[in-house]
Design a protein around this ligand. Structure first.
Ligand code: PMP
Ligand code: GLN
Length: 382
């Protein structure tokens, strides 16, 4: 393994899921839903296969899906995009982010990222030779510190990499925060890549893409994916929306990462997007109830938790359960309590301020969540 990738090891998500499986634990670690995508999407995949769509999709993606993404961006956000020159289908949001960063960052370019930081960003920036500059979302509320963001900009800053709703904190960047990011990008001529995979999972406030702010459409790559929106994380169908020059750039790198993938699945996702917004509303309300169940039940048991405004994750402070170290807790809990979680320390460089915090996935049926929470509350007794 090349020197710069040593130390990445196995992702914390894979590691904790392996522990959960080994101990038959309730898995509140890795963020994947225990539910199926809409049946009409599965039917559309089968139909696409029966119709003979078994070969490579065009590099930019199946035309029907690029058109469906354009319709979605118009319907939800009043963003007008040309499916031929401004939308690319990728192998999940992961590839969209990778293709964008590898296309847009020269070695030595500085990239601003929110910390806690999703692990794939760090890995890809490392591969690109870019310099990751982290701007903290600080506990307890994990709001973006706009002064810290402004102070992080230097003459070498090239790009801002945002994630809202945010993994792992659940922060939904406010309109004021997004407006400030947009102003910074315009003032310093920065590009932006925004990871919006949880766009339809906002419980408090609303999701507004950075690309909708004045002057941002022409400098922003907006990334999303079907995985969270349609509960099909294994399909790995994502997309990148960007103006023609940025689209041309990311397609150049994307074609050598995967070229294209999942042709029949792309038809399935097109059918899901075309089916209208009722699924999004039901998904959001289902997850709002799940969030409330986890937060309320933990609080009723005396635990200290942060209630997220969006996304898949609740943050628990294990000091309220008589423990000190979140990482040790997560290695111990699958066998001792029969429940798995992920330490927030895995998302930061300096673990000290988040040492006692663990991330709990809420994308599970309510009885599973109730059982998981009750097992967590037993931590005090053992
Ligand atoms: N970005 C964020 C913030 C995520 O949490 C995840 C995974 N849950 C991804 C990207 C990966 O998305 P995909 O599976 O579509 O590659
Ligand atoms: N994004 C998911 C999470 O945060 C996991 C994705 C993965 O396992 N790479 O849990």
């Amino acid at each position: 393994l090349v020197a710069r990738m040593r130390g990445f090891g196995t992702t914390i998500f894979g590691e904790m899921t392996a522990l959960a499986l080994a101990h038959d634990a309730v898995n509140l670690g890795q963020g994947f839903p225990d539910e199926d995508p809409p049946a009409l999407m599965v039917d559309a995949v089968v139909d696409a296969m029966r119709a003979g769509h078994h070969q490579y999709a065009p590099g930019p993606g199946v035309a029907a899906l690029r058109r469906a993404v354009a319709d979605h961006q118009r319907r939800c956000y009043s963003l007008e995009l040309d499916p031929d020159t401004e939308i690319s289908i990728t192998f999940g949001a992961t590839e969209a982010v990778a293709a964008s960063l590898l296309a847009l960052c020269e070695p030595g370019d500085e990239v601003l990222v929110l910390e806690p930081t999703y692990d794939a960003y760090t890995a890809v920036l490392t591969l690109a030779g870019a310099v990751e500059v982290r701007v903290p979302l600080r506990a307890p509320d994990f709001a973006l510190d706009l002064d810290a963001l402004r102070a992080a900009v230097t003459p070498r800053t090239r790009l801002v990499l945002l994630n809202t709703p945010h993994n792992p904190t659940g922060t939904v960047l406010s309109d004021a925060a997004l407006a400030a990011v947009a102003e910074l990008c315009r003032e310093h001529d920065l590009l932006a890549v925004t990871d919006e995979v949880y766009e339809h999972l906002v419980y408090d406030g609303r999701h507004r893409p950075l690309a909708t702010w004045p002057g941002m459409r022409e400098r922003t790559v907006t990334v999303s994916s079907a995985g969270k929106t349609f509960s099909c994380t294994g399909w790995k169908v994502g997309w990148a929306c960007a103006p023609p020059p940025l689209t041309a750039a990311l397609r150049t790198t994307k074609q050598f990462l995967s070229f294209s993938g999942g042709t029949p699945l792309q038809y399935g996702v097109a059918a899901g997007l075309d089916a209208g917004d009722a699924w999004f509303d039901a998904l959001r309300e289902r997850h709002r109830r799940r969030r409330d169940l986890v937060v309320d039940r933990l609080r009723a048991g005396g635990a200290a938790v942060h209630s997220p405004a969006g996304g898949y994750f609740v943050t628990l402070d294990v000091r309220s359960l008589g423990h000190e170290d979140g990482e040790a807790f997560c290695r111990w809990a699958p066998a001792a309590l029969g429940v798995a979680a992920v330490p927030v320390a895995a998302f930061v460089r300096d673990p000290a301020p988040v040492r006692s915090l663990v991330r709990l996935a809420i994308c599970k049926p309510e009885p599973v969540l109730a059982e998981g929470v009750d097992r967590l509350l037993h931590a005090r007794d053992v």
